[in-house]
Design a protein around this ligand. Sequence first.
Ligand SMILES: *Cc1c(COP(=O)(O)O)cnc(C)c1O
Length: 369
Amino acid sequence: MDNQKIYVTQSSMPPYEEYIEAIKPLWNSHWLTNMGVYHQKLETRLKEYLDVPELSLMVNGHMALELAIQAMGFPKGGEVITTPFTFISTTHAIIRNGLNPVFCDVKPEDGTIDETKIESLVTDRTVAILPVHVYGNVCNVEVIQKIAGKYGLKVIYDAAHAFGVTYKGRGIGSYGDISIFSFHATKVFNTIEGGAVAFLTPELYGKLYNLKNFGIRGEELVTEVGANAKMNEFCAIMGLCNLEYVEQVIDSRKKIYEEYENQLKNIQGIRMFEKKPDVKQNYGYFPILVEAEYPLNRNELYELLKLNGIYARKYFYPLTSDQACFKGKYCNVGLDCSRKLAEKVLVLPIYEKLKWEEMERIMKIICKV
Ligand SMILES: *Cc1c(COP(=O)(O)O)cnc(C)c1O
């Protein structure tokens, strides 16, 4: 039992019979994709659950971000201020839109964009700010909005980690102009693969609808260079089933999260990110920072856990700005804090069905070093 592998996450799934029952109608309708009834239903439900004014479902979180950026119609070569301490998707989505990422450093206390460093990066080519609510940690949305207002920039949040997070009693996706969510199998809420764009202006709905369906406007009319980013009905039904349990999932995660916190708070050299007041968290990730006072460095601890069958992850190392595909192509100076975090961070296993004994196994190793 002691060498049973433990991965960083495990996808939440509804009871088997429930899903099987729920997909049965598809064998009558034969309507498997192309904005079917379950697509519509899930869109409505998620709009309520996420507490956002408007929402468009997408095939995955990456395409949600790519098409959200495309929908804004920024001039090619425009600059987008973003962070490198994120999943590669964030940076890819900018570059695949013909825009240039301008990397801004993050804050040591929570890994989100350092709002005090944004303004110095604004130029006459800047079109948007694209911060990340990394691990569900909420960015300084107030200051970011102020800067955006001052320079006439759009704010697009990568909220892929922030499903169900609220700030000051409002859905996190209602801040900024646009937020994107990921419903990938590894996220707090999943539709197997899936994602959504949340936004403020109703006019954007038609635009995104169009872009996710090849830009087709009528049987004989294509008005835009769109993509295929439609969520299919099997995924939408998975979402509807999983949504029934998401509170329960978040609750189980919370228990594990709090126990981790309790056990680690007195361990020298293990630091945890700070919590921002007025935030309802989703406990999607449990990142720790392995500081110099700990007997092992991050890589050594990672290897030790791995030897014991525990697969923690170095999210997010390396920084996206250091990846082989863009190294040296974009400005990435002044990223000291991001780089330090990337060297120290380790995400521990956390998911709904993580057993108490499994957690103890992990804690034993970290606390006894
Ligand atoms: C998961 C993720 C994405 C992409 O979402 P997919 O649904 O996997 O395409 C984008 N940004 C961040 C920060 C993510 O973690």
